[in-house]
Write a protein that binds this ligand. Sequence first.
Ligand SMILES: [Zn+2]
Length: 409
Amino acid sequence: MNLLIKNARLVATPDDPPVDIAIDGGKIVAIGPALSGDGEMYDAGGRLACAGLIETHIHLDKSRIIDRCPLPEGRRVNPVTTVAPLKPAMSVEDIYARAETTLKECLVNGATRMRTQVEIDPAMGLRGFEAINALATAYKWAIDIEPCVFPQDGLTNYPGTEELLVEALKAGAPVLGAAPRYDSDPTAQVDRIFALAREYDVSLDLHLDVGDSTEHMDVRRVLELTEQYKLGGRVVVGHMAKLSLMPPAESAAMARRLADAGIAVTVLPATDLYLMGRDRDHDVRRGVADVNHLHEHGVTCSLSSNNILNPATPYGDCSLIRIANLHANILQVVGPKKLRELFLMLSEHSARLLNLKDYGLAVGNPADIAIIDAQTPEQAVAEIRPPLAVWKRGRRTVTRQPPELHVPA
Ligand SMILES: [Zn+2]
């Protein structure tokens, strides 16, 4: 045994007494009370342990560009047309440097797994894909990164985009995304993306349904195609902000359809809070889908950051726990049970959404472990408690000291 973590409360059973976690050869070899060993020892002091946080949806490639963008005029903002003119000047080195800074922030905030969206089109070429692949290799010691390639600026209206996506899929991109809202023919984009997923046997993770009304919802076509192609369990839809515009009975019915079809939902509170309700100049709606409500109706859900310091999300510090706290405020979440669920949407449920088979504090799994400075998941979310220590495959990757107050003697 080369590492023993003492006195940790497990995220799956935080009401049980703390236990010890023994690690050897990068894997968890035992979990139980009063384990002993001769290797390195860490005393968690009764704090919460999880297998690291999971960033299921983030755009590393276009993080940290807010200072390059003109300030929006008026209430309406279009992050896509704001970013598009910047793309030709983004080199592999530029993308890598910005993505690396953001990734480091994600690491110190407890992330051990990540799916990152990567834009591909003729203006960006494959430079983002190249930079993110290089970053994933360089930081393999700290995090597993899965790229999701997608057309941000349209597919059917942007010649050359599909050829580049195919090139990335042939080069091994494991997940394909979409952004039909920015296509001149949203339904045709969804159809094309599903056809490509079928041809290249990849999972799907689509940006879906942000806007002012529920009149047109791309998720309806996604439901049809997921059932037709039998892709249940391999389709994620991100945002789904329009669910927040529906009365509860209607959104519950939609949630049950998603659950039955095997479509998971990632809610991105920071972005949707910033982008929704732009049609109004007062009484602005919050515009964030209620993950607890979706979960209640059987949908696998995660919460994620989406963007950091860019025109879609100008603020953020890569703390997923802060995102869960923000969500709790926006949705007026009440009670420890729902707060606990929110923590699981940064961890256990996120793992299910990404189909991660080896995630979790269990014997035989890789020793990915984060100790959170809280006794319970609900306390972590309520008080935005940070991780104090993180290990990836049994090797310490993060140490974070709690701040100290210097009281006069
Ligand atoms: Zn996104």
